[in-house]
Design a protein around this ligand. Structure first.
Ligand code: FAD
Length: 823
């Protein structure tokens, strides 16, 4: 005999249950009740219709009742509300919404897919017509009509979850000035605070007024406005308020007929999605689910789980015995320029569940480009992953970035679902081509870093640990000098990475050392240098200055001390009116590439000429103002177009009192470097330093002596007359840059080849390029004539552009220098 199945609720869970039922059982009688006018519509798309991103209302209506009814041969009854269930008689009472007429319908199996509804708490003044929620198509029509009719220009969104944030963005897109009020100290509660800070920064950059950690205590309508008093006593006003402070399950039907509910009103179901009544199933927002990570019971109202539960429920009604294995809470949302996504547990949730950092869980925060840096448009991903100390379990992950966030979170979500270990992430093989990823995908990097943590090769400080001043801690900034010109870490000791090995005596071994760079990758190298030189208490600041500055963007004291500059939005200067001499594309370049490229370009133009620089890294746009001031150039304008930042820099002619003349060094601040070594790594370091100093406008002299002379040799053998001993000596020594070897781990050339590859992959200039840049930047390169004599090297064997000089030439320059290095 054919089964009669009633489904209550016709959107995500209900419609998918009906469709799957029909595919499994052609003979079943299926009736679907929906109290609203629409079924199976795109509720997730509603905010974008308000913002006019989705232009056509019809495209939100994925199915009409008539079409779906025909397609799956199902009796679909819209505007009919199920008002009670008689479990004894196995019937439901149905009210026709338009006429209030009621009738009964019997069932063999009943499915409750009644969803949830937005919360509207009893706050004074809440009943105002200016306070709206967004949940259904009619809600959306109502909001859109209100905005159009009242010409709304000022809106307040209460609640910073994903629907609230989507509404903030879409109201802003609609031309409104938007204020967001959130009772918690952060938006997007599935993220940890420091990750949410990236969103806060971006929201503020987009002109949204944020009131965090402040709830609404009352609303008061006044003429064409509504005044909102916050718990702090602050007042904000708006013409329209969108309330998006959470949902509660539509479980009254279930409660009234005695089904078991949890404390939050969610219907309790077993793993087969059966309620406490064996003939009643429930799916979607209305049910309690198992948390996939810790197997506790929870409620996670999302479209993906609702749809999958509908399918499983239909399977079980048809005897297929499918289990619902739990919900991970994988979610993603667009917040202006950023995408924020998470899966599994956040750190604050782990702590709430009683887990302790270091003992029960570990964390890594890693910054990586969305695709190969050398391919245009690469943007930064900030990723956080939480895992068990032995790495066997991934507890959760969060990613914030501009591009490629969704595919990375989905990969980690899949790994979690398949019970992969965090180390497995390093083994995953991904499709790679420069426009899409890097040879080591950001997800692989999560695996590498996690493994390094587990095997104690690296340790991180917590993002906010440095707030407390500690006499026993040294902040070690290993960025290049020219990077520090753009932003200095308050109280940090600066030793560029390439000098670290030679300046270890400046770093007190008895203290805790926290290593900083711009993104975190170089800090790891620095930390390894220290750890392998007997430093026992070394940590890395996760994500470097880029992350540090974002998570503390709102702490003005820190901002002042560190010299963070706001983007220069000079409204008077229209970018179209600026005549640029050169356009420079710095998108995706690794640090310190962009600053270096800007410097080189500026050097090549006349005073007063202007360059246009484009970059995808918001940090660059933020840094460039300080850099310009300190190098005596003028930042005319910064602006954002699409995903790119454009800055216009005029050479010299600083309009700013603070600026010093461009490229003019003030007194004895030149640099001299004696390059004694012919080791590849040491030579690279010396050229990076030389270029860095040159970028700051300093005169640099590099004095090549003994083994260092090999750097300056032409790669091809030159026909010059030499004695037998000189020829033999010359033949044994490396001829030119391409032949230099690493000082350590050369491994018969393998190490050197690997180093060159890594440099290539990381977009770091090769030694050949560094030398060329140094020469182009005016670095004086002197070959020591005395050593040439001793080693039998002739002038003809040296590359072009090298000056010959003796000790006196070097000493003359050294006397005018305040830094003199021996490498
Ligand atoms: P619903 O889809 O809400 O369907 C329940 C239906 O049951 C409703 O139409 C209701 O009218 C009907 N109903 C209730 N009681 C009765 C009754 N007694 N008789 C008859 N009919 C009844 N999730 C994501 O994963 N990603 C997103 O980007 C996303 N964005 C969203 C944006 C918005 C604006 C909204 C509102 C939700 C969004 N969601 C998103 C959440 C997602 O839409 C829900 O989790 C999902 O729709 C839940 O499915 P459901 O079937 O349980 O409930």
């Amino acid at each position: 005999m054919s089964k009669k199945i009633l489904i209550v609720g016709g959107v995500a869970g209900g419609a998918s249950t009906a469709a799957r039922l029909r595919r499994l059982d052609e003979s079943a009688e299926i009736i679907l009740f929906e109290r609203g006018e629409y079924i199976s519509y795109a509720n997730c798309g509603l905010p974008y219709y308000v913002g006019d991103v989705i232009k056509s209302r019809d495209s939100l209506l994925l199915q009409t009742p008539e079409k779906l009814s025909k397609k799956i041969n199902t009796d679909i009854r819209i505007k009919q509300e199920v008002i009670s269930i008689d479990r004894e008689k196995k019937t439901v009472s149905v009210k026709k919404v338009d006429t209030d007429e009621t009738y009964e319908e019997s069932y063999d199996k009943l499915v409750l897919a009644t969803g949830s509804s937005p919360i509207r708490p009893p706050i004074p003044g809440i009943d105002s017509d200016r306070i709206k929620t967004l949940w259904t198509i009619p809600d959306t029509d109502n909001i859109k009509q209100f905005i159009d009719e009242k010409q709304v220009k000022k809106a307040v969104v209460v609640g910073g979850g994903f629907i609230g944030l989507e509404m903030v963005e879409n109201l802003h897109a609609n031309g409104c000035e938007v204020t967001l009020v959130e009772m918690l100290p952060q938006v997007m509660p599935t993220l940890d605070f420091e990750m949410a800070q990236l969103l806060h920064e971006n929201l503020r950059q987009n002109g949204v007024n944020l009131h965090l950690g402040d709830g609404v205590s009352s609303f008061k309508e006044e003429e064409s406005f509504i005044n909102i008093t916050l718990s702090s006593g602050k007042e904000v006003s708006a013409e329209l308020v969108i309330l998006a402070i959470g949902v509660r399950p539509n479980s009254k039907l279930a409660a009234d007929c005695g089904l078991t509910l949890n404390a939050r009103g969610g219907i309790v179901v077993d793993e087969y999605l059966k309620t406490s009544d064996p003939d009643i199933y429930a799916v979607g927002d209305v049910i309690e689910v198992e948390d996939f990570i810790d197997k506790s019971r929870t409620m996670i109202p999302l479209a993906g789980p609702a749809n999958k539960q509908g399918r499983i429920c239909a399977d079980n009604i048809c005897g297929l015995n499918q289990k619902y294995e739990g919900t991970q809470g994988t979610s993603v949302a667009k917040v202006f320029d950023l995408t924020a996504a998470s899966t599994g547990a956040s750190e604050k949730l782990l702590i709430k569940r009683g887990l302790t950092y270091g003992k029960d869980y570990e964390r890594a925060i890693v910054l990586q480009h969305s695709h190969a840096g050398y391919y245009p448009g690469a943007t930064m991903l900030t990723m956080k992953i939480l895992f068990s100390p032995d790495g066997s379990k991934i507890f959760g992950a969060q990613i914030v970035g501009r591009e490629g966030v969704d595919k990375r979170i989905d990969t980690v979500a899949t790994a979690i679902r398949l019970n992969a270990s965090v180390i497995d992430l390093k083994e995953l093989e991904f499709a790679y081509a420069p426009p899409y990823s890097s040879a080591k995908d950001p997800v692989n990097m999560l695996g590498f870093v996690a493994e390094n943590i587990i095997t104690k090769k690296v340790a991180f400080v917590k993002w906010d640990e440095l707030k407390e001043k500690d006499e026993n801690r040294i902040l070690l900034d290993i960025r290049e000098d020219m990077e520090r010109l753009a932003y200095e870490i308050p109280g940090a000791k600066a030793i560029p990475l390439n000098q670290l090995r030679n300046r270890l005596d400046e770093v007190d071994k008895s203290k805790e050392i926290v290593v900083f760079c711009s993104m975190g990758a170089r800090s790891y190298n620095g930390a390894r240098v220290l750890m392998q030189n007997g430093y026992e208490n070394v940590k890395v600041y996760p994500g470097g200055t880029m992350f540090f500055r974002s998570v503390f963007h709102d702490e003005t004291d820190q901002i002042k001390e560190g010299g963070v500059e706001d983007m220069k939005e000079n409204e008077q200067v229209r970018s179209g009116d600026i005549v640029t001499a050169v356009q420079v594309n710095c998108s995706g370049l690794q640090c310190p590439g962009p600053i270096m490229k800007v410097f080189e370009t500026i050097k090549g133009i006349e005073d007063g000429q202007i360059i246009e620089v484009s970059a995808t890294d918001p940090g660059f746009a933020r840094d460039i103002d300080a850099w310009c001031r300190r190098t005596g150039n003028t930042l005319l304008k910064s602006e954002k177009r699409g995903n790119e930042y454009f800055v216009y820099i005029q050479k010299g002619i600083a309009k700013n009192d603070l600026a010093v003349p461009a490229n003019v060094s003030g007194g004895n601040d030149n640099k001299t470097i004696i390059v004694f070594s012919g080791d590849l790594d040491k030579v690279i370091a010396s050229f990076i330093i030389a270029n860095g100093a040159a970028a700051m406008g300093r005169h640099v002299t590099m004095f090549f002596t003994f083994w260092g002379l090999n750097v300056l040799r032409k790669p091809k053998k030159q026909h010059v007359k030499k004695s037998f001993v000189e020829s033999m000596f010359g033949g044994m020594m490396p001829r030119g840059l391409g032949k230099l070897k690493l000082s350590k781990m050369n491994m018969a050339g393998m190490g050197t080849a690997m180093m060159k590859k890594v440099m290539r992959d990381k977009n770091i200039d090769s030694l050949e390029t560094l030398v060329k840049k140094a020469m182009d930047n005016g670095v004086k390169i002197i070959a020591c004539t005395m050593s040439m004599d001793v080693m039998g090297i002739r002038e003809e064997e040296l590359i072009n552009g090298v000056e010959l000089g003796g000790v006196a030439a070097y000493l003359g320059d050294a006397e005018e220098s305040n830094v003199n290095l021996f490498i």
